[in-house]
Design a protein around this ligand. Structure first.
Ligand code: SF4
Ligand code: SF4
Length: 329
């Protein structure tokens, strides 16, 4: 890159620009640190896999989700899916405007949205959990925006887990942020995310992604494949014809149209989490009671609490400890 075409920028100027474009939170991670600390060593999800040239910095941008949608208790209510999809759309525009602004200053940049998966990751099995090219949650921790919780969701001091994220890669030479040292998660003693999870997908500092995906992406490619197969396999032509025009096919069509239910879906674990300055005043009155809780979940939570008290944080914890943060106990 010819530096004479570049206008010097600071981290503060980049953050101010992102906030002025509509971001609610923004932080800057060091691409080299992310490359050295892949969140999943078997599937590294690191910036250098995206681009060789323009990933020295990972600018992580977040926008809070609509609280009115969070206060709707049914995880599968489509108003929730649609509102989250609108937030993702707004974030896409903010990120693209930031890319153009950086490039006007002489720094090539690109957006890596959470909704993007590389086709080469698809192995022909619709059950496979396909991760995006980088883990935005881990990038957000590296960018100083928060820490990971019991189910590895990002928790932020401002909005808890109630944020959507995107990332802009650029080799603009600015000071990166530092990780938060202390965990924001209240741990299994809280366990509200586990109690609320309709897929029973939350483990001890881990998540059963296959079980979660059934809910967080209810009209995903997998579901569309499954539905089309059932149409093809239907022997009665009249029933088959009706299957083209029923509620299932309608939801699939609207989901393909806007992405609601494909890139958005269940977020009960985000809604009920008490972390975040927004929870007490704006959410607690509607979300304090968790109707999905069961005796079986409470027994499992008690077992996890007993393990933690004995110093055993579970098999998944060591690999994620960097991003979960330290506990004060
Ligand atoms: S998104 Fe829904 S299904 Fe997935 S972990 Fe959260 S509460 Fe459970
Ligand atoms: S609900 Fe509780 S246990 Fe779950 S992530 Fe939030 S603070 Fe942690």
């Amino acid at each position: 890159m010819v530096s004479m075409f570049q206008t010097p920028l600071t981290a503060a100027e980049i953050k101010e620009k992102a906030l002025s474009l509509g971001a609610d939170i923004v932080g800057i991670a060091d691409g080299a640190v992310m490359n050295a600390n892949p969140p999943n060593p078997d599937d590294p999800q690191i910036p250098s896999d995206v681009t060789d040239h323009d990933a020295d910095r990972v600018i992580v941008i977040g926008q809070r989700v609509s609280l009115g949608a969070a206060r709707i208790l049914d995880w599968s209510d489509r108003h929730k899916y649609v509102n989250d999809e609108l937030t993702i759309t707004a974030l896409e525009e903010i990120a693209l405007d930031l890319v153009r602004w950086l490039e006007k200053s002489g720094y090539p940049a690109l957006v890596v949205p959470t909704t993007h998966v590389d086709p080469w990751r698809y192995d022909g099995n619709p059950e496979t959990h396909i991760r995006p090219p980088i883990s935005h949650e881990h990038a957000a921790v590296e960018a100083g925006l928060g820490t990971l919780g019991l189910n590895l969701q990002l928790l932020t001091p401002e909005y808890g887990p109630r944020v959507q994220l995107t990332a802009v890669l650029s080799s603009v030479p600015v000071e990166p942020d530092s990780r938060m040292e202390e965990s924001l998660c209240l741990g299994p003693e809280c366990g509200r995310c586990l109690s609320a999870c309709p897929g029973d997908a939350i483990k001890q500092w881990d998540r059963d992604w296959a079980a979660c995906n059934e809910h967080r992406q209810p009209h995903s490619f997998k579901e569309m494949s499954r539905y089309l197969e059932s149409v093809i396999d239907e022997p009665d032509p009249e029933v088959q014809k009706k299957m083209l025009r029923n509620e299932d096919s309608f939801y699939l069509w609207t989901s393909i149209l806007r992405g609601a239910g494909v890139v958005t879906g269940c977020r009960r674990c985000q809604d009920v989490c008490p972390v975040g300055a927004d929870y007490e005043d704006l959410l607690k009155d509607a979300l304090d009671h968790i109707s999905e809780d069961t005796a079986v979940k409470q027994t499992r939570l008690a077992s996890i609490q007993a393990d933690e008290a004995a110093g055993n944080r579970g098999d998944a914890y060591p690999a994620q400890a960097r991003w979960i943060g330290k506990f004060t106990d």
